[in-house]
Structure formats: C-alpha cells, structure tokens
Design a protein. Sequence first.
Length: 202
Amino acid sequence: MNFKDITAEKVSTYTLKKDEKCVFFMLNKSAELKFELAGVNAEAYIFALYLDNTRTRDLQITQHHSARNTTSQALIRSVLGGDAVLNYKGLIHITATGNQSSAVQESRALLLSDKTRHSAIPSLEILPRDVICHHKASASPLNQESLYYLQSRGLNAQESSRMLINGFLETTFEQMADLGVAETKLQKIREVVLDKLLTLYA
C-alpha cells in the first residue's frame, strides 16, 4: 500500500491503474479533487482532516470507478471552532464497466461553537447493479454526557474536551494504520495535527 500526503500538492486528478493501491491524506485543504479508479483491483483510501476556527474551506471529491472490482473510501473528519466553515461535496460515479466495485463516503464533524458551520452534500451516480456504495454524514457538538462523565472522574472542562477531540481524530490514524501506513509517517501527522489543535484549545 502506497502513501501520499497531498496537502500541499496542486494536482487535481489522481489515477490508479491495475492493482495500484494508495492511501491519500490531506489537512485543511480546499480543492476540487478527482480520484480515477481506472484499473482492475485499484484501491484509493482518502483521508481528510479539518481543524480550524476562522477560515471557510471548500472540498469537492469525485470517486470515479471505470474498472471492475475497484475500491474507494473518502473519510472526512472536521473539528471546527469559532466561525469556521467547511463545505464538502462528494460524488461517487461508477460507470457501466465498474461492476463489482465498492465505494464509501463519510463526513463527520465536531462543532465547537454556535457560529461554526458544516455542510456535507454526498451524491451517487451508479450504473451497474452489482456494487456496494454508501455514504454517511453527521455534525454535532461534543457529547454532553461524555463531558459530564469525564469531569466526574476529575478532569476539568478543557481536559475533557481535549480527550473527546483526540479520540475523535485518533480513529482516522487507526484506520490508516490498519491499511499499512507506517507508524513513523502517522506520528509526523499527529504532531502537525496537535499543533493545529492548540489554536482550538486556546
């Protein structure tokens, strides 16, 4: 499994040929991106994290399956505070030649203020019948019951919030690790994410 951090890249289309498999990662990236599953058995796993309290960001991802037995997953997780906004649009397009393929879209957001906004618009264009496709989207504040429980165990409000946010984000790293991304690369990403989170905790 290959790994590619595309946070700073200007490329808009990524093409995977026969048997190519890649994990893609991006942080706070605004872009229109297309992932072409053009070869049999190609696999693309797309992870996007958004951590902000001031900016408006727009992400559009197209997962285009034109070959059979291909797999794609787009997993977007956001922690938004202040007046930050994330607008996400996702399209899964499986052509008539993309039979026996699997595609997933998932967007989840934690909203840390009343002013922040999260928009998720997933869509499907599916021609063959023998495929597996689904999408999920959710946006919510931190769970009050979980916060209360942690504070009852001796943590203060800020420590409780940090623990829940870290757990929310750690799921992403666990999924990337399960796909074979090296721990050294994951640790570098964790360090950058922690630095970004400090602005939200302030």
